[in-house]
Design a protein around this ligand. Structure first.
Ligand code: SF4
Ligand code: SF4
Length: 382
């Protein structure tokens, strides 16, 4: 397992983590088998949004005796009503659901208290200016949650949450399809056919700005919907008409700025195994540029995708990393101290560039790398 720090929460989490939807309908024994396999392979992080009482009990049973070495992201505002889960903004319901979550998990705290999804601006104000955020802060002061997060599909709302300074963790939907889509309060639009009918070019600016903001503010992102409900893994269902391997899709998300972990929705031990393959995959196996390059309708051009396809560099420069810090620095009038420090820690810097142009011949997205190396070396000073 490769462990990463989940932003300013300080939590050390495995890059491959578990969503809980794959556990739905499992018996306690089946959930235990999946958790044993996951934990045995270094997974230490799970997202629990579902308020299904049986599922929470089964997960609690499987964590018994090993809770302290596990990181739990538990949702606030997710309640169980009439045999199904619902999002709620009612404080009494939220409190009762959280108490029940802790009881069924057999613990007295969760590591991340994740306010269940906020996609609309009005809802954001209701939560952040009202009693729900105040409750989350109260839970943190009591030590019953260790950090506060929100989940969202809308970069506009997520940005407002990060800028408020109140959240340490963001759970966000990240995959190459969604990353081309403009912000919307209606999550269904992310996958609406008409959205993919016309040609699309490059990242959506709001989404890209959100990831960069999180990286600068040290707000850790954990990812949902990495396979877009499985559609990205099937050529006939993906808008690109090509299938990603799970490793390529995971690597796409894990190379966005600020992303620490992906909560993979695994329904079986073999699906967990597929996700874990990312940890030992070769650079070639992880290379998602193979899927995204040469498409007619969807293009990315001139902007670094952080895919790593241009490696190796004879000067030992990690081009994707240099480009990432350059983009993070460019977005600000002054270079943020954290960005400067991260850049400094690279083994080779843009000033080491030999301007040989080998990388440019390999870049499928036509990034003017030599120009970018010059810009980075000018901006950072080395
Ligand atoms: S410069 Fe091109 S090949 Fe290299 S990481 Fe960026 S997009 Fe990929
Ligand atoms: S142009 Fe610079 S960054 Fe690109 S391969 Fe040559 S030395 Fe490396």
């Amino acid at each position: 397992m490769i462990y990463r720090t989940l932003g300013r929460s300080g939590l050390e989490v495995g890059a491959i983590a578990l969503g809980c939807e794959g556990f739905a309908g499992k018996t306690s024994g089946e959930a235990r088998e999946m958790m044993d396999f996951a934990i045995g392979n270094g997974i230490n992080f799970i997202d629990i949004y579902s308020s299904d009482p049986d599922l929470r009990t089964a997960l609690g049973d499987s964590l018994r005796g090993r809770r302290s070495s596990f990181v739990i992201q538990g949702h606030l505002c997710s309640v169980w009503k009439n045999g199904q889960y619902e999002r709620s903004r009612d404080l009494a319901e939220t409190k009762a659901a959280f108490d029940d979550l802790l009881r069924r998990l057999g613990t007295d705290y969760v590591d991340v208290g994740m306010i269940h999804y906020i996609d609309a601006v009005d809802d954001f104000h209701a939560v952040f200016d009202g009693e729900i955020l105040a409750y989350a802060k109260e839970l943190r002061a009591q030590g019953r949650i260790r950090s506060v997060g929100i989940s969202s599909h809308n970069p506009v709302v997520a940005r407002m949450a990060v800028e408020s300074g109140a959240v340490d963790v963001l759970m966000f939907s990240v995959n190459p399809c969604y990353d081309m889509q403009p912000p919307d309060e209606d999550v269904e639009m992310l996958w609406a056919e008409e959205r993919y009918a016309k040609a699309l070019h490059n990242f959506n600016a709001e989404r890209e700005a959100l990831y960069e903001l999180c990286e600068r503010e040290n707000v850790g992102i954990d990812v949902m919907k990495v396979y877009a409900g499985g559609d990205l893994l099937k050529a006939d269902q993906s808008p690109f008409g090509r299938a990603f391997t799970p490793v390529q899709a995971l690597n796409y998300a894990l190379t966005r700025p600020a992303v620490a972990a992906v909560m993979a929705g695994c329904r079986s031990v073999s699906e967990i195994e597929c996700a874990l393959a990312w940890c030992t995959a070769s650079e070639e196996e992880k290379d998602y540029s193979r899927v995204l390059s040469g498409l007619e309708k969807f293009t990315w051009s001139g902007h670094c995708m952080y895919c790593g396809h241009c490696a190796p560099c004879p000067a030992g420069i990690r081009v994707a990393d240099v480009n990432k810090y350059l983009n993070l620095a460019r977005a600000r009038r002054e270079i943020p101290e954290t960005v400067r420090e991260h850049y400094k820690l690279l083994a080779r810097h843009a000033s080491d560039c030999l301007h040989c142009g080998q990388c440019e011949k390999r870049c499928p997205f036509h990034v003017p790398i030599r120009k970018e190396m010059k810009a980075a070396s000018g901006l950072f000073g080395f």
